[in-house]
Design a protein around this ligand. Sequence first.
Ligand code: NAP
Ligand code: MG
Length: 398
Amino acid sequence: MEKIKMTTPIVEMDGDEMTRILWKMIKDNLLEPYIELNTEYYDLGLEHRNETDDQVTIDSANATKKYKVAVKCATITPNAARMDEYDLKEMWKSPNGTIRAILDGTVFRAPIVVKGIEPCVRNWKKPITIARHAYGDVYKGSEMKIPGAGKVELVYTAEDGTQTKELVHNFAGPGIVQGMHNLNQSIESFARSCFSYALDTKQDLWFATKDTISKKYDHTFKDIFQEIYDAEFDDKFKAAGIEYFYTLIDDAVARVMKSEGGYIWACKNYDGDVMSDMVSSAFGSLAMMTSVLVSPEGYFEYEAAHGTVQRHYYKHLKGEETSTNSVATIFAWTGALRKRGELDGNKELMEFADRLEKATIDTIEAGSMTKDLALITTIENPTVLNSEDFIKAIAAHL
Ligand code: NAP
Ligand code: MG
């Protein structure tokens, strides 16, 4: 068989620990035998980030602007323990945070739906994709404890010195207060990322806030989404046969539970934090979630939703057998390859991505899986495979 050629590279961001081991196995067994893999390689493993003073992370994000498509392995976000373990010069920032700040995107997370791994919510038949706004609100709030009686106000001082005030509360005794903000520009790029991704994946987009109570703050989110939709996306959505739909957050929650899935649910920062954990646990496992960062300019960075699976890596280092689930990492590659194919008009590459995803799902549905899935599957007597044999089983299906 002649290998599939790629005209434009994708940005390859290698990572850490067990996922770095899986990364190589996936390339060796599932990609390189079939594709003349054309990637621009960046080693985001913690050692190399430390050697380059984290410049490699910045370079990889800039390369993503150039080539538009990246695939990222999970990486360690250093903490105090990692400072010692890797003898770090500095407690480098989270690579995902650095990349997101450069690409200014929204992260979309969707479960990989497989027969035999059933969602807890019986009527969910198709994936529910959560789009979480990743800027501001309570995550950048300022707070105060109010010790006793007194007045709290919001004060805005314009550049010319004029002030506008709004009473928060006349305290008669102790209490608490919080101020938070967001930026129109950030909400606009969030909206554009959501609309573009809905078009890209041909799914309806739901958005919900509490605008009836928060008549200025949440209402601004609602208004910005509507303005951008009307001005830039209405025709395109109609042509694609999809819908944008706004409702109150409590109504959205009720509808989500009764739905059969198959749409994107855009959430404000806090709602997205909470709801994505609810949706992912109800669907089964973090190892069965895709995650893609979509920038408003149309850059795509695909990754797995889970971390570097440290505990398994230490077992691997001791020479013990591991059964680490590589599905999310495989789907990060297929997502990136399909997008590359789409942008380059490379049909063979797109079809390969489809086939690899199907082979992965078929392998599990045929009863061969890693331990994490064997523990929750409804398939009787599943075959539990180790990390490498699972990937080889997929290769056999492929
Ligand atoms: P984790 O890597 O997601 O793993 C937590 C636990 O979840 C594992 O110990 C394992 O449970 C289970 N698990 C996760 N992924 C799995 C898979 N593919 N197959 C089988 N089981 C899986 O989270 P962590 O151990 O808290 O974090 C480790 C490192 O990852 C940290 O340094 C953190 O900074 C980093 N991290 C990176 C990203 C990212 O790059 N996107 C995201 C999150 C965390 P059992 O041990 O019970 O089998
Ligand atoms: Mg959370």
